[in-house]
Each structure stands twice: as structure tokens, then as C-alpha cells.
Design a protein around this ligand. Sequence first.
Ligand SMILES: Nc1ncnc2c1ncn2[C@@H]1O[C@H](COP(=O)(O)OP(=O)(O)OP(=O)(O)O)[C@@H](O)[C@H]1O
Ligand SMILES: [Mg+2]
Length: 268
Amino acid sequence: MKEEIDKKLGRMAIFVSSKGGVGKTVISVNVAAALASKGFSTCIIDGSFQFGDVNLALDIQPRYTISDLAQKGEELEEIKISDYLYNHDSGLKVLSAPLKPELADLITPDMIPVICDKLREDNEYLIVDLTTGISEISLNFIEMADLVFIVTDLELSALRNTKTMLKTFEKLNMESKLRVVVNRSDTETLTKASQVPDILETNDIIYVMNNFKVVTKSLNIGIPFVISKPKEKITSDIISISKEFNMDSSQSRRRRKRKSGLMGILAR
Ligand SMILES: Nc1ncnc2c1ncn2[C@@H]1O[C@H](COP(=O)(O)OP(=O)(O)OP(=O)(O)O)[C@@H](O)[C@H]1O
Ligand SMILES: [Mg+2]
């Protein structure tokens, strides 16, 4: 019976990072738009409750936001959630972040499973653009998710904190759903993309290229580049993230990198 209920719920992925400004919004909005434009019913939650910018990335002015839902209190279980979503031209549905930072406090951790389950009942995919770091609210999202994408760039400090984040989530037994996204992976930095698997001790990595022109234009016009620029390499990078939904967790574990030699044997 439980399996029957689970089957009906859409698949859920969240995008999180240890450092701000690494590309969570750009990547999550484009992954969501890619799924929606393929005809899958898809919803994105702007989980940056204080300073969310999914509205900006999609050039939308929503009538309702998640704070309107939060104000429903006990009635939250009963409401029709589709009334609170913005329907973007791409087919993507959006649950926007509050329009004022102080309204973020209305959203409490216990509301997250209720909201996510309602959205997963109505949609094949639920994507969450989370805020930077780990909080009680973000842990509620992370626990529910089928896939957790940790976004980083090649800056050494970001990589170091990404490794700490990976280890933290592994301790919470989330290893099979963790993926790393290295954004702007071809930029000139001291650390090279090819060193990342060794630094992070994992092969579960997807690389997204740097493309200032395409990304900036897309943000300026409010149209995801996966829609306006389908032939660009950066669009194929995004599509490879959405394909992770088809990968089962056993495949992922096999791809996990282990230290070789004595260190590896001792670590087993
Ligand atoms: N692949 C890319 N190529 C070029 N520029 C990019 C790329 N990804 C992101 N950017 C640039 O980096 C900026 C920050 O990206 P974004 O807003 O998605 O980061 P974020 O992790 O969501 O930030 P925040 O922590 O503030 O939510 C964007 O405004 C965009 O200009
Ligand atoms: Mg963001």
C-alpha cells in the first residue's frame, strides 16, 4: 500500500551549496525548465526564502508566494496548492520565495514536508533552489529529496567546504543521493577541474561550463537558456544533470571513488 502511495509522488531534486553565488539558481532554473519543456509536469520552489531570485531569472511577478501558504497555518493540509503557483510560459510552475525578507520567518520546518508532498502529488518533478548552507529548513528538504546536487565552483575555499558538506551528508546516510556539480568548470583557476575527483574523493560529478554571454543574456531577458539556446554546450551540460534522475543509486555507488593503496584498504 505504501509503495502504491510512493509511486504517485514526483521525483524531487534539490540544489544546495556551501558558498553563495556559485550558480544554484542558474542551474536549478534551467534544469527545471529543461524538464518542463520536454513535457514533464515540473515545479520549482525558490527555497532562498529571504533573497530568492528565481522570479528574476524567469522574469515573473507572482501573485502569491510561499509566505501566503505559510499564513494558512493549520489549513495548509487542505488548500489547493496549484492556486499558489505561477505558470511560466515554458510550462514550468513556480512556488516563489516571499517578496520581503522578514516574511521568510513565517515558514517553519514542519511545513516543508506538507508543501513538498502536495507538489509531488501534482508533478512528475519537483526542483528546489535552496539557500546557501545547512539549516533545519534545508535539512527538511534534503531528507525528502531523491537527489541532492551540491553546487561548487573551482575556488579552493568552495571545494574545501563542499568536501565538508559531502562528509556531513554522508554521515546522515545520504551518500546514494549525493551528486556534485562543478559550475564554470573551464575557468582559469589554480585548481583544475581534473583535480576535483581526487580533492572531493568522488566520481559523482557533473561539470557545467562557463558561458558568461549566454548566462547573462538569459538572466537579462528572463528566459532560461535551455529554451532560448538549445544548441549551446552549456545546455547539454544542464541536460546531463536532468538525466541523473534516470540513474539508480546502485550505479551511483559504483562510481564512488575510493582512495587507492594502503589508505584505501584501511578506510574499508
Ligand atoms: N555557468 C556559468 N557561466 C557564466 N556565468 C555564470 C554561470 N553560472 C552562474 N553564473 C553567474 O554567476 C552569478 C551567480 O549565479 P547564481 O545566482 O545562480 O548563484 P547562486 O548560487 O544561486 O547564488 P546565491 O547564493 O546568491 O543564491 C549569476 O548571476 C551568473 O551571472
Ligand atoms: Mg540563488
